[in-house]
Design a protein around this ligand. Structure first.
Ligand code: FE
Length: 246
């Protein structure tokens, strides 16, 4: 399993693409992302001029929350993903898009995985939620259908979650943080927003091909942690209600 980033393989174009994306989204997220995201960016020490080196990032990250970034070993399926996270390893892809793909990507690249996800891995309560959600997923490895439902919670929080800060929507989901278009849409009046609700999210399939049609807002990360017992209960109920196909 390849879990290292071969840093010297990055080309000048790779670093330039990082710089363009970083500068554009850093500006665009002002007033839209939660302040903790910008604090996290400072803490992990990303440099706008070059792709982050995971070895350097981990030296800063690990003392804060115990998490480290590892190079994703090819395609990471749900179970492997949750195993890595439960082990406090965040798998990040190491490739970055080309200059001619700045705005459209079929698969997330390292700008998404690293710029979008890693700054929040500096926040202990956020990391606790991630680790506990993953441990919960690992209780259902015999039931991919139940893991699929749990993944909706991951999707509408870690990837596409918003905060409600004094009536104003602010972004913490990595899928939004790394997308110019979606960061503008998600916090605007145009998007449909609901309060965080485990049952409702379990009933909401996610959208991979385009922007989300709805978002769920939390008031703080503790709200996510506090929802885990209800999630576990709901998943056990769904598992019992629909026996595995034989
Ligand atoms: Fe992601």
């Amino acid at each position: 399993m390849n879990l290292t980033q071969h840093y010297s393989n990055y080309t000048t174009e790779n670093h330039t693409v990082w710089t363009i994306l970083f500068e554009r989204q850093y500006q665009n997220l002002q007033g839209k992302a939660i302040p903790e995201f910008f604090e996290g960016l400072e803490k992990v020490g990303f440099d706008r001029d070059r792709i982050p080196d995971f070895v350097e990032v981990n030296k800063r990250l690990k003392p804060l929350t115990g998490f480290k970034v590892v190079a994703a070993p090819g395609i990471v399926d749900d179970v492997l993903f949750f195993q890595l996270i439960a082990d406090h390893k965040f798998p990040a892809t190491v490739w970055i898009r080309n200059m001619d793909q700045l705005d459209y990507l079929e698969e997330p690249d390292m700008f998404h995985d690293v710029f979008g996800h890693v700054p929040l891995l500096t926040i202990p309560v956020y990391c606790q939620f991630l680790a506990k959600l993953s441990q919960l997923a690992l209780q259902f490895t015999d039931r991919p259908d139940v893991i699929d439902l749990l993944t909706r919670i991951y999707w509408y929080t870690i990837e596409f979650g918003l905060f409600n800060r004094n009536g104003k929507a602010q972004i913490y989901g990595a899928g939004i943080l790394s997308s110019v278009g979606e960061s503008n849409l998600s916090v605007s009046e145009e998007s449909v927003k609901f309060g965080f609700d485990v049952e409702q999210i379990l009933n909401t399939p996610y959208i991979k091909e385009t922007f989300q049609s709805q978002y769920f807002l939390i008031s703080d990360f503790k709200e996510l942690l506090a929802a885990l017992p209800a999630l576990e209960k709901a998943l056990l109920r769904l598992k019992a209600a629909q026996p595995a196909e034989v």
